[in-house]
Design a protein around this ligand. Structure first.
Ligand code: HEC
Length: 268
């Protein structure tokens, strides 16, 4: 950390934010910084100097916008006891801010494996452009915490339920003609290569084309079914096209009623 000369009037709320930020930092695991942080606080209070922590240049805060996005789009994995490190508190997330900006910008996180808009999936955690911009704004603007008063009252992680591959699934490798009608609830890769780019679609007997899934950045490590927002009826004689014979997906029969959207629920 470097001391900077004060060249222009510093607004009190800025000082307050920076002080809080320093305080948060010193509370976290970075023990060597505690002492330095405290010293800085004293000097800060005394001289109204501003210190070399990233300046806050954004109005987007963790406590207001980011936590809500993180819960709905990252929380299924990034929670305490989850499959990856927690991002559920400011102290958890702050050290990762740069990586978060990078991962979402590259669309590596949240890991999904298919192109948005080709097929419509109720468990799609992909960020919209607006959501992505919010996160990047926050990170580039100094990743401020904001006001704990803005935190959501209750946190609810999206739950897609548990699925197991079952006997009623229809497996498809290469172009496949369906012998029986199926009400399709989802698509579950069984053997799909990493970084597959297949566009899989159904050609109905009446020649209608139904987009099913377009793989992109697919990773076996994040094995999951792609659950349709609305079930699609594929009559007998439908041909599934676009998948090479070496790759296998399962067509999941199931729910006959539409299912509520689970993504993008930014609480007011
Ligand atoms: C399906 C589970 C899942 C979801 C959802 C998910 N992540 Fe991850 N994330 C992981 C796993 C597992 C790792 C560890 C990956 C590894 O080390 O290869 C990871 C790693 C990361 C990393 C560290 C990358 C690095 O630098 O090594 C960041 C940052 C991250 N995730 C941010 C996010 C954000 C932000 C979201 C939501 C917008 C999100 N993740 C959603 C599972 C998930």
């Amino acid at each position: 950390m470097q001391r900077q000369a004060l060249t222009q009037p510093v607004r009190f709320d800025t000082i307050f934010m920076q002080t809080k930020l320093l305080f948060n930092l010193s509370q976290s695991a970075r023990k060597p910084l505690i002492f330095a942080g405290k010293c800085l606080l004293v000097v800060l209070a005394g001289s109204l100097a501003s210190y070399g922590h990233d300046a806050i240049t954004t109005k987007v805060t963790f406590d207001r916008e980011i936590i809500r996005l993180v819960v709905s789009h990252c929380g299924s994995c990034h929670q305490p006891g989850g499959t990856s490190f927690s991002l559920m508190t400011y102290d958890d997330a702050r050290p990762w801010a740069k990586a978060i900006g990078e991962e979402v910008l590259q669309r590596r996180m949240p890991p999904w494996g298919a192109v948005k808009g080709f097929g419509d999936f109720r468990n799609d955690r992909g960020l919209t452009e607006e959501q992505l911009e919010l996160i990047v704004d926050w990170e580039e603007g100094g990743a401020p915490e904001g006001d704990p008063k803005d935190l959501p009252e209750a946190i609810k992680f999206p739950d897609d339920g548990k699925f197991t591959h079952g006997a009623k699934e229809v497996t498809v490798s290469g172009d496949t003609k369906l012998k029986q009608s199926i009400t399709l609830d989802g698509i579950w890769p069984k053997s799909v290569s990493e970084n597959a780019k297949w566009q899989v679609y159904a050609e109905l007997p009446d020649t209608t084309i139904e987009p099913l899934i377009w793989f992109q950045n697919y990773k076996k490590d994040y094995d999951h079914p792609f659950l349709l927002r609305r079930p699609v009826t594929l009559p007998a004689g439908t041909v599934i096209r676009g998948l090479p014979p070496t790759e296998t997906i399962a067509l999941m029969p199931g729910a006959t009623k539409p299912v509520e959207a689970v993504t993008g629920q930014l609480k007011k």
